[in-house]
Ligand binder design. Structure first.
Ligand SMILES: O=C(O)CCC(=O)C(=O)O
Ligand SMILES: [Fe+2]
Length: 319
């Protein structure tokens, strides 16, 4: 992996983050979705180690060629409860892992969630769910296709944060990340041009309850011609004509050629820049024995004001 997309805390820095996160676990009312707790979390996030703050700021300024940042050696809880098994499970309690995820995420921007997804909780559990093995959602265990997170949504996240609480038994579950900046080199001029035309529609993912509906026709690539933003979900996005379909196939090949696979260790935290990078996951075999793979996820927006019309004044849940 490119060293610019990786950051490792020293043991002393990890101890400092642990103190800060432990204080958050004791902060009333001990619930991450409550304003009082979030206000304290934001204040404490200003006291994260300077080197980490510096790196987060640099990542926000420029997501690099990989469009992601892997942060290693964060504090991990001494004992981790059984991996949840139920569908749409969330973490509302200010556990150590939820506190670490929120504090680092709040240093990056505003933590947000979606009313129609996972009960609008800010910290969501990414775990395999019995009976949903084949689903194209984070509850599945078949390969999860590469996607922009919530590609259908006008206020999709700017960053997706994924913190590993527990790895899978066989260590075969790989988070896959592919950045359009690298993929562009594998696309010819005609394909790039087609991907800039509004020839694609995108449905909500299975994690969203209705009544969210799909998009109007949109482009996959927008913004700068050489360094575009990308919006596509290879499961939920459909081309409206054969040219679009051909361009999507070419893009899928390019994404495959540049994607990186990360088998996360506990206390690894990855941020994917959802404007320029896609993510997905390889297949793995859940056992449903309490020791399955477990990530916690949070979404970050850079500009809270932009979603004001679909959010209450101090709320973080978008309708
Ligand atoms: O399980 C993973 O590694 C990623 C799942 C995913 O795409 C998500 O939770 O948004
Ligand atoms: Fe995702």
């Amino acid at each position: 992996m490119n060293p610019e997309s990786r950051f490792e805390l020293s043991d002393a820095e990890r101890a400092d983050v642990a103190l800060l996160a432990e204080e958050l676990t004791r902060t009333p009312p001990g619930l991450v979705d409550e304003r009082e707790w979030l206000d304290r979390c934001r204040s404490l996030s200003c006291h994260l180690p300077a080197r980490l703050q510096d790196r987060l700021r640099a990542f926000r300024h420029d997501p690099g060629r990989a469009g992601m940042l892997l942060i290693r050696n964060l504090p991990a809880a001494g004992s981790v409860p059984d991996t949840p098994r139920e569908g749409d499970s969330v973490e509302r309690r200010a556990t150590l892992s939820a506190s670490v995820l929120c504090a680092v995420s709040m240093e990056l921007g505003e933590v947000v969630a979606y009313r129609n997804e996972k009960q609008g909780a800010l910290v969501q559990n990414v775990v395999p769910v019995p009976g949903r093995e084949d689903q194209q959602s984070n509850a599945g265990s078949v390969p999860l296709e590469m996607h922009t997170e919530n590609a259908f949504h006008p206020h999709r996240p700017d960053y997706v944060g994924l913190l590993c609480v527990r790895s899978d038994h066989d260590r075969t579950a790989g988070l896959r990340v592919a950045c359009v900046r690298a993929a562009m080199e594998h696309l010819d001029a005609g394909t790039r041009e087609t991907l800039r035309r509004p020839l694609f529609t995108t449905e909500p993912p299975p994690s969203f309850e209705r009544p969210d509906s799909g998009t109007k026709p949109h482009a996959v690539l927008t913004g700068d011609v050489e360094d575009p933003d990308i919006r596509i979900d290879f499961h939920a996005t459909h081309a409206t004509d054969p040219w679009g379909r051909q361009a999507m196939d070419a893009l899928a090949d390019a994404v495959r050629a540049v994607s990186e696979e990360l088998v996360l260790d506990p206390a690894d935290l990855v941020y994917v820049d959802n404007r320029v990078a896609l993510h997905g996951r390889t297949a793995f075999t859940p056992r449903y024995d309490g020791e399955d793979r477990w990530l916690q996820r949070a979404f970050v927006h850079l500009d809270h004001r932009r979603s004001r019309a679909v959010r209450s004044l101090h709320g973080r849940v978008l309708s």
